[in-house]
Design a protein around this ligand. Structure first.
Ligand code: ADP
Ligand code: MG
Length: 373
């Protein structure tokens, strides 16, 4: 047992009276055994745990995310996790509230399926060894994020905090799931939303400028940043402070258009970075940065990392992009550290809902000899 964590360094057991199963909706009393802290963020902790009713049959392991039950922030996380059901979105299994005996405060607990790691860990594992993530892995992971986004955005849900530590992966199977819906929100037309969301390096330019009328396309920007990060092993745009983040973007894309700034936020009075910061075309800079992604990878990135949100590719166009043709043609890959190839996880087993959303794109996305079940 690891001893590096504070509260949960030893096995903790407690009984919760109202544990609700997200599948059956039944609520019952259960014993929870927490045995390993696996993450912590701004508001809470995540521990690995098992649940039981009778100490005979144990369920798990789950990742239990614990956050204060009442904060001034309206957490829509539980609400959203309760309605989502998709292979690339982390699955909620149980939820309950419990009063901590230590501080007498009420905490909300979300017991989710547990994956062995995050994309953040996967990226650093390679970059710390001066290695590059194999392009096949970049494609596999990028595709699954886009597929998760297709689903979320079709429901109107914007994740608002896309970054590698909020993306779970199982490197041995290649399966990926988007997690951390602590900032997520269902965006309604013409209703403003706060612009101070999303972690700095992954913030879309319209958020930096202070737009409150943004769309789910801010997640697509985040996806572009994550794809770039998988390719180069570090965050693509590393602004040292919030407004300098725009400068980092301008270094690669060139100066933002005045119209874009005005439409994002007419009251913006920050720096414009309207002078070119580097010579050469954006194309040549993308090639210099992301050369080993090949022409298809560069083409995709240049269509995703675009100032104007409405010009960024939509999730279904991303899924249909030729960068992912390899996944359609060759259904095997080598998991990290393995010398034997295995089958790719299911990538094209679209539900009726997804097929509806994809429309005519289904035929472009699915491999020609489709036998995925
Ligand atoms: N279902 C899960 N399986 C495995 N690890 C998880 C899971 N959910 C969260 N984690 C780990 O806990 C960390 C924090 O969880 P997250 O939901 O991102 O909370 P926060 O809002 O604190 O960032 C993640 O970056 C990840 O390392
Ligand atoms: Mg997080």
């Amino acid at each position: 047992m690891s001893n590096s964590s504070g509260l949960n360094s030893s096995c903790e057991e407690f009984i919760a009276d109202d544990v609700t199963s997200n599948r059956s909706n039944n609520t019952r009393r259960m014993l929870i055994k927490e045995y390993r802290k696996i993450g912590h963020g701004a508001f809470g902790t995540v521990v690995q745990a098992y649940l039981t009713q009778d100490k005979e049959q144990w369920y798990g392991p789950f990742a239990i995310k614990r956050v204060p039950a009442q904060t001034e922030y309206k957490s829509r996380e539980l609400q959203i996790l309760r309605i989502t059901n998709h292979p690339n979105i982390v699955k909620l299994e149980y939820f309950f509230t419990h009063t901590s005996p230590l501080d007498r405060k009420v905490y909300q607990h979300l017991a989710m399926e547990c994956l062995p790691g995050t994309l953040q860990m996967e990226i650093s594992r390679y970059s710390n060894n001066n290695l590059q993530l194999p392009i096949k892995h970049v494609k596999l992971y990028s595709y699954q994020i886009a597929r998760g986004m297709l689903y979320l955005h079709a429901l109107g849900i914007c994740h608002r905090d896309i970054k590698p530590s909020n993306i779970l992966v199982d490197p041995s199977s290649g399966v990926l799931k988007i997690c951390d819906f602590g900032s997520a929100k269902k965006l309604e037309h013409n209703q403003p939303s706060i612009s101070y969301i999303c972690s700095r390096f992954y913030r879309a330019p319209e958020l930096i400028i202070g737009s409150t009328q943004y769309t789910t396309q801010i997640d697509i920007w985040g996806l572009g940043c994550v794809i770039g990060e998988m390719l180069i092993g570090k965050a693509v745009f590393q602004g040292q402070e919030p407004l300098l983040q725009l400068r980092e973007i301008a270094k690669l894309l060139g100066p933002p258009d005045k119209k874009f700034i005005f439409f994002s936020n007419p009251a913006y009075d920050g720096p414009l970075f309207s002078k070119p910061l580097f010579s050469g075309s954006p194309q040549s800079r993308f090639e210099k940065h992301f050369g080993h992604a090949g022409p298809d990878g560069i083409d995709l990135l240049m269509k995703v990392l675009v100032y104007e949100p409405q010009s960024r590719l939509s999730p279904r166009r991303i899924l249909a992009h030729q960068f992912f043709d390899d996944l359609r043609k060759e259904e095997y890959f080598f998991p990290r550290g393995e010398t034997q190839p295995i089958r790719l996880p299911h990538l094209f087993d679209f539900s009726e809902f997804e097929s509806q959303v994809l429309g005519e794109f289904v035929t472009k996305i699915k491999p020609e000899t489709e036998e995925d079940s």
